[in-house]
Design a binder for this molecule. Structure first.
Ligand SMILES: [Zn+2]
Length: 390
């Protein structure tokens, strides 16, 4: 018999409705947000699932005119956004329902942005004051339903879109890209393959970890990050082995949201390397982070000792300090059957010869600016070489 899974409504950092089965509140939520012709933006893996088809049928029974757009790839590109905007206008949609993992949520947030804005999505890249080009009143209404527990994109104010011209991931940002309503139903994650549960769950952990280690005064972000890491420590392995556990799935969905809330403080070198890795060879973002984390920890070790003392104590680890956290991270990865090196991950096209160009790209990634220890291109290359060889 399972313990009772948590169920709650929050209005921080946005309207947030958490609990098993709550996806069935979507039709009422559309009415609340005055959406009568929703474009459901989802990924091709979700669209054919029985529960998502039932969800669409629910909306239709409630009298909504629904169209589904699912032409979105992992590590989404501008063409996915452009096609989504075309689908939005073809349907004469008046709002977006974002249903999926990070790729669908990120692409969907950009469709909502670009539905009534001119030019290329990259005109709104998070550089300088580009975000002032946006008229917030012209961002389409959106409701987000995350179906993985990792990216936390449902509470993010930005999207990551790959620029195929130079194989970089670019951040599209506007404060109003934060979906005004999130419906977080842990049942939508029950069907995730164990490897996806593992990779996305470690991504949530790394969001908390990098936000926790980032420099600058931000006790709110630190507190959220610490508790997010504790929830991952307590529940991720259960989700991996018992995918239908409502309690563990609910806490992991919460941890994912907490990671993205905390990383408003910034990320670090793990993400700075994972972004060009994803843009270059299409490796799953969470898997890249999971592999890279211990190697980056070693690089940052001299400056994160005090933070690791507190983290080890908070997690209740047997061994204190950096060594305790490091050993526990390796154990967690092994329990989740995550490869120890990039070589073991056996990604087509990924080989150590790419280390110099990946390191060079990482130096230009915006996540690098909040890594706790500054790093040269040569140092990043050394981290990458270690991640290849172990
Ligand atoms: Zn991430």
């Amino acid at each position: 018999m399972h313990a009772q899974a948590p169920r709650a409504n929050f209005n921080y950092p946005t309207l947030y409705r958490l609990g098993c089965g709550r996806r069935r509140e979507l039709a009422a939520a559309c009415a609340e947000f005055k959406i009568s012709r929703p474009l459901v933006i989802t990924d091709p893996g979700i669209a054919p699932l029985a529960w998502s088809r039932e969800l669409i049928a629910d909306l239709e029974r409630a009298g909504l005119a629904v169209a589904v757009f699912s032409d979105i790839q992992g590590n989404p590109v501008e063409a996915n956004v452009t096609a989504g905007v075309a689908a939005y206008h073809a349907h004469r949609a008046d709002g977006c329902v974002l249903l999926g993992g990070g790729s669908a949520l990120d692409a969907g947030k950009c469709v909502a942005l670009m539905a009534h804005h001119p030019g290329s999505v990259f005109d709104y890249e998070d550089v300088g004051d580009n975000w002032l080009r946006v008229d917030p009143s012209k961002i389409a209404p959106m409701i987000a339903l995350p179906t993985t527990s990792g990216t936390g994109s449902e509470v993010g104010r930005a999207s990551v879109i790959t620029d195929t011209r130079d194989h970089t991931k670019k951040i599209i940002f506007h404060p109003r890209m934060l979906p005004p309503l999130v419906i977080a139903d842990p049942e939508t994650t029950y069907g995730l393959p164990p490897a996806v549960t593992a990779a996305t769950g470690v991504d949530a952990f790394v969001h908390c970890f990098e936000a926790y280690c980032a420099p600058g005064y931000h006790p709110m972000a630190e507190a959220i990050a610490l508790e997010g890491m504790r929830l991952v420590a307590q529940h991720l392995v259960t989700c991996f082995h018992q995918p239908h556990d409502p309690v563990a799935r609910t806490h992991m969905m919460m941890a994912s949201t907490m990671g993205a809330t905390a990383f408003q403080r910034g990320l670090g070198l793990v993400h700075a390397i994972a972004h060009p890795l994803g843009a270059t060879v299409g490796i799953h973002h969470g898997l890249a982070n999971a592999i890279l984390l211990p190697y980056v920890m070693q690089h940052n070790r001299p400056v994160i000792a005090a933070a690791m003392d507190r983290l080890a104590a908070y997690l209740g680890l047997a061994q204190p300090g950096f060594d305790g956290v490091y050993a526990w991270v390796l154990e967690l990865r092994a329990a989740l059957q995550i490869p120890h090196t990039l070589t073991e991950a056996a990604i087509p096209g990924l080989h150590p010869g790419l280390a110099p160009s990946l390191a060079e790209a990482a130096t230009r990634d915006p996540s690098l600016g909040t890594n706790p220890k500054p790093c040269t291109t040569a140092e990043i290359e050394a981290v990458l070489r270690a991640a290849f060889t172990g």
